[in-house]
Design a protein around this ligand. Sequence first.
Ligand SMILES: Nc1nc2c(ncn2[C@@H]2O[C@H](COP(=O)(O)OP(=O)(O)OP(=O)(O)O)[C@@H](O)[C@H]2O)c(=O)[nH]1
Ligand SMILES: [Mg+2]
Length: 255
Amino acid sequence: MKETYELPVDHEGVNIVKICFWGASLSGKTTALSIYKTLKTLENPESVYQWLKLEDPSGRTLFFDQAVFSLGRSEKTGLPYLKYHVYTVPGQIRHKGQRKVVLEGSHGLIILLDSSLSQWNFNLQALEELNELVGPELANGTLPFKLVLNKMDLPPSERISAIDVGELLVEAGLSEKLRDAYANIIETSCLKATNDLKRILIQIKKEGLRDKYKDPKTGRWIRSVLPVSVQRIMQPVEELLREVIVIVLRKNRDR
Ligand SMILES: Nc1nc2c(ncn2[C@@H]2O[C@H](COP(=O)(O)OP(=O)(O)OP(=O)(O)O)[C@@H](O)[C@H]2O)c(=O)[nH]1
Ligand SMILES: [Mg+2]
């Protein structure tokens, strides 16, 4: 990719995209990013640059988590075409100041909602705060975002549904039609994804099922044979990254 005017560059001159997970405390942001990073490492360790977690003794994020990944590599320069930095904000109410700093300069957001009924008000608070900070940019599409409803492993009586969230989006003016809003929500369970991934790793160790998951030539993991629960965790980051790249390329073309 040629150098673009919207994206910052790092010390090697590689374009950087910043993606940020936003959501209430305990919604699963750190867990989702950890799973994403684990899978990227299995698929291609060279594409994972950095993994930083700043947490308090109870495991809640204190300032941010940051993971840095690369996309492709130019044969000519040996450098990646792009690096994408993925951050999580600290969700606890008292970290409002830190959230603002971490959010700054994001090219795209993953809004993670906790499906637990008991957390509904915290989801609303997180959305209200985001609306205060970047509301118009979300509503007019300048700042692309993906909406993820996590903890779908909870029994239906203890969680909200994607329809409930769709209604909320329409009410907040983030979507015109309920059908569109509903279609844009990605349902995940980090718990199920973690368990499925563990099961595979144990099977490989015990029964040597390595061939099923690995490309014999490259030794890298094959995404398409992984359980849906695991693929779903990768989906928002990668769809968002594609959207950001398309937006940047279009802006450069129309310049
Ligand atoms: N049942 C269930 N629990 C989950 C799921 N995802 C995460 N959790 C649990 O929820 C708790 C909080 O997860 P974190 O990833 O630390 O949450 P966070 O959003 O980073 O929280 P802050 O750092 O405080 O903003 C942990 O105990 C996770 O194991 C899920 O899909 N289902
Ligand atoms: Mg966290």
